[in-house]
Design a protein around this ligand. Structure first.
Ligand code: ATP
Ligand code: ZN
Length: 293
């Protein structure tokens, strides 16, 4: 029996579905429903732990879970309270994007970080906020709240707030506006620094390869087009993130070629227009289902 790896994901919240989807796309077959505290992965020696996101950094740091998926905001806040990092971020995951922002009441004039001097700022992220204030040489009172931070100005607990923002709709509804960015965040895959047994290390590498494969395919596209010989050079330069495209002669059309390539970066309409202008025709862009580099 090989050692089983433990991977912590958020039990229920903004990251849960994305985390499960990512693991599924990586080929992990998860056994149980959402409400259990743990689930076995059928086809890998991995157990999933469903926990509060705030507990994930501790579990990974202590090595209770070798891996975790958590917002960078939660992870960094935790890390600032530790003397040494006992985990490492192995991959940004591209979901759960948000920003830790300082917001001010609409009616208040704001003129840069200096306007925060001597004020009270409510937040659930006291360490990240304190770091921001220190970096700007600002002396302010950090008021720690565990939730409903956006109510603080109305309750006159604080003048400013420092909270997570994605669309800004919640702020707007509370008569607040963003004035500073403290941290740009997204979900990350984090790994313990505790040494693993050779068995676990091997599963760990395998898991990482799989997840990297999923992340690579999310951005990547397979692109095909036809082009005359004289356009090939320019086309190769335009293709985003392509090292060596495949170039094949077209049957019955001397001097014309089919160009096939895997683009490792997003392909935009703009790119297609450039390719067309360079002489390409019949351009097709297709999603890639699986990839192993
Ligand atoms: P838990 O019950 O696990 O403690 P929670 O209420 O602390 O959950 P959620 O609101 O589910 O957490 O948010 C989880 C993570 O989602 C955040 O830490 C952050 O990284 C990310 N996130 C993305 N957009 C937002 C947003 N608009 N507001 C809050 N968090 C966001
Ligand atoms: Zn939480």
């Amino acid at each position: 029996m090989p050692d089983r790896l433990h991977l912590a994901i958020q039990k229920s919240g903004r990251l849960s579905d994305y985390s499960r989807d990512l693991l599924r796309d990586a080929g992990l077959r998860i056994q149980h429903g959402k409400n259990n505290l743990a689930a076995r992965v059928e086809n890998f020696p991995i157990d999933l732990m469903f926990v509060r996101d705030d507990d994930i950094p501790t579990f990974v740091a202590d090595g209770v879970c070798e891996f975790g998926i958590v917002g960078l905001n939660v992870l960094e806040e935790f890390a600032l309270g530790q003397s040494e990092p006992r985990f490492e971020v192995v991959a940004p995951l591209g979901f759960g994007r948000c920003g830790l922002k300082i917001a001010a009441p609409d009616r208040l004039d704001y003129d840069g970080p200096g306007s925060l001097q001597g004020t009270r700022i409510a937040t659930s992220y006291p360490r990240l906020l304190q770091r921001f204030l220190d970096q700007h040489g600002i002396d302010a009172t950090v008021v720690k709240m565990n939730g409903a931070v956006e109510l603080a100005p109305r309750l006159q607990i604080a003048t400013f707030i420092c909270d997570l923002v994605s669309t800004g709709a919640t702020l707007e509804a509370n008569g607040l506006r963003v004035v500073e960015t403290v941290l740009d965040s997204e979900a990350v895959l984090v790994r313990t620094r505790k040494p693993m047994s050779p068995g676990k290390a091997e599963v760990s590498e395998n898991l990482l390869r799989r997840i990297e494969g999923v992340l690579a395919t999310q951005e990547s596209k397979y692109i095909m087009m036809n082009a005359p010989e004289e356009a090939l050079d320019e086309i190769t330069h335009i293709l985003p993130g392509v090292e060596a495209p495949t170039i094949l002669p077209l049957a019955g059309r001397p001097g014309h070629y089919a160009v096939h390539a895997v683009c490792q970066e997003s392909v935009f309409w703009e790119t297609l227009q450039k390719l067309k202008a360079a002489g390409a025709s019949a351009i097709l862009v297709m999603p890639i289902e699986k990839m192993m580099m």
